[in-house]
Design a protein around this ligand. Structure first.
Ligand code: ACM
Ligand code: ZN
Length: 570
């Protein structure tokens, strides 16, 4: 860590002596970096960016570089595709050929696809990567190194110390969830959210599109679903148990055209959009529109308060599967993601235990009770894990949907409750009630995404003093340092081979208490910076004090791009 400490001191000294100097102390920290602060390359306005103009992606990335240099420094660079004299060069290079001719060229790993080299020397700034995505990651690195000059004041030149950066991410899945079910966020904000994710090297946007409190995805075959299911009559003020409401109707949904626009925007930033339709629980907004799909027949309001609702899709009604196939079919038409999230969390089985249709289905399938295990730490919600007949019925529904999605070439992701009735063949487990679900799934050779609530839930406060921040889900604090300390691969828990099933880590922004874009950003930042090092860096690179010392530079960029963030870090 000494090296980083020294680098920071060098940067601070350089910054005060000469404001327009780049500093490589960025977040997330690149994998390898050699800096020679005794020599600098001077970047000045009017210099050119060379790139392959026949490649649309390279062209767009060159435009990003131009935009980001202007944003931070005020200097305008020129796009000079083929000009050899240009001093910023973006190039795609072929991987090294195998040593012997007999060997086949190995396919690039996902991490190698995102890797890049950024070299600064007397010839300029040379960026090379195997794929455009690598160039994009490098462009973000360059952006974060640049000094942010005062607005309205363009720098005359920026000095970049000579450096060689070889970078690639640790994990291939680096996700962030935005819950647009509890509160609806306009497309413009979703795009800003994606920009912030890209700044932090994230590559998976988990878009939570359905909730008890609102259905947000247009399904063309079921036009009433979004029109009526997206609107609740009122919203609870304060704790749900008090049942005090604002009496103001609240709604909003995304048309398929808007969703496609978001997918396109995300793809230009090398982010995959993982859509989630949460089933068979968290479905009260759909039950409002189609009460025949519930065990009791309703009526069901779109939920006006928070919590886990007893009314869920009926597991025995054949129309349930028909409904789900219609919804997931259209979801596949709109979202090209290789993974589709089917939810699966918090589905109480009280209704199923009493419902003749559910019980008849259990009998027909020959499902029997094995064990009931009460879940500790589920916030008193009375969830049951274990191989009960009802949990197996949920597993049967998952299996049907998994098969349906497989026929469209997709894999399912589900919250860790999907372990309870037995995992379906190809399911990816998103572990949220701690890490034990993820560990159990990896041991069963299932792919896993770790998103344990106590480390990764950013609907919770980030400071111990609740009075210093907007009101949020306040049962425990997820501070920046707590989040930073998360290590998903603990050798006592997982062997190296089992560890290979951990695709990555995700942070989740649930929005029961987060109604406005500025508040969402406040919850997100700077915790996403903290999360980005969990997702990107090797454990031996991580040092929270060092991270904190690097944060001010990133905050200057937050200020420049106009995003709200929490200014204190604990
Ligand atoms: C969850 O937080 N219920 C996945
Ligand atoms: Zn039922």
């Amino acid at each position: 860590m000494k090296r980083f400490g020294l680098l920071i001191l060098t940067c601070i000294a350089a910054f005060s002596a000469m404001a327009q100097r780049a500093c490589y102390d960025i977040i997330p920290l690149p994998k390898e970096m050699k800096v020679d602060s005794t020599q600098v390359f001077k970047l000045t306005a009017g210099m050119g960016i060379a790139y392959d103009a026949d490649n649309a992606e390279c062209t767009r990335i060159a435009e990003f570089v131009q935009e980001w240099v202007k944003e931070a420094t005020g200097m305008r660079l020129l796009l000079t595709p083929t000009d050899k004299a240009s001093l910023i060069r973006l190039s795609i290079t072929a991987p090294a050929a195998p040593k012997s001719k007999k060997e086949k060229q190995p396919a690039l790993t996902e991490q190698q696809k995102e890797s890049y080299t950024l070299k600064v020397d007397n010839s300029g700034i040379n960026i090379s990567a195997y794929e455009p995505v690598g160039l994009f990651r490098a462009a973000q690195t360059l952006r974060k190194c640049l000094p942010v000059v005062k607005e309205q004041e363009a720098a005359k030149a920026v000095e970049l110390p000579y450096a060689t950066i070889n970078d690639q991410p640790r994990f291939t899945y680096r996700g962030v969830l935005l819950d647009c079910g509890r509160h609806f966020f306009p497309v413009e904000f979703v795009k800003q959210f994606l920009d912030v994710m890209a700044l932090h090297g994230c590559n998976q946007f988990h878009w939570h599109l359905s909730e008890d409190q609102g259905w947000r995805f247009e399904v063309k075959a079921l036009p009433r679903l979004a029109k009526e299911g997206s609107v609740r009559e009122k919203t609870v003020i304060g704790p749900s148990r008090m049942r005090i409401y604002d009496n103001i109707p609240y709604g909003g949904y995304y048309t398929q055209e808007e969703c496609r626009d978001v997918v396109r925007y995300a793809a230009e930033r090398y982010i995959n959009v993982v859509p989630e339709i949460d089933m068979p629980g968290h479905m009260q907004s759909a039950l409002h529109v189609f009460p025949n799909l519930g065990c009791t027949g309703g009526p069901y309001p779109v939920a006006p308060h928070w919590g886990v609702m007893r009314d869920v899709l009926c597991g025995g009604n054949p129309q349930t599967l028909e409904f789900l196939k219609t919804v997931f079919g259209e979801l596949c038409d709109v979202f090209p993601s290789p993974y589709i999230h089917i939810g699966g969390d918090e589905c109480p089985k009280e209704r199923w235990q009493k419902c003749p249709q559910c019980q008849a289905k259990i009998k027909e399938l020959g499902l029997t009770d094995e064990t009931h295990v009460k879940v500790e730490g589920d916030g008193g919600r009375g969830s049951q894990d274990g191989r009960s007949a009802e949990n197996k019925l949920q597993s049967y529904i998952n299996h049907e949907i998994e098969q349906f999605l497989a026929s469209r070439g997709r894999s399912i992701i589900g919250w860790d409750e999907i372990l309870a009735g037995g995992l379906t063949e190809d399911a990816i487990v998103m572990s949220w009630r701690g890490t034990k679900g993820g560990i159990a799934a990896a041991k069963q050779k299932h792919r896993v995404i770790m998103s344990p609530n106590v480390f990764a839930y950013i609907d919770h406060p980030q400071l111990k003093d609740y009075g210093k921040q907007p009101r949020t889900t306040d049962s425990y604090v997820v501070s920046c340092s707590k989040m930073y300390s998360f290590e998903p691969l603990v050798p006592e828990e997982l062997t190296e081979e089992e560890g290979d099933y951990i695709l990555g880590v995700q942070t989740n922004l649930w929005t029961e208490q987060v109604a406005y874009p500025e508040h969402a950003l406040y919850q997100l930042l700077p915790r996403l910076a903290s999360m980005s090092e969990v997702q990107w860096c090797k454990p031996e690179q991580k040092d929270f004090e060092n991270f904190k010392a690097r944060l001010p530079q990133l905050k200057k960029l937050y200020d420049r791009i106009g995003v709200v963030y929490c200014n204190e870090v604990e």
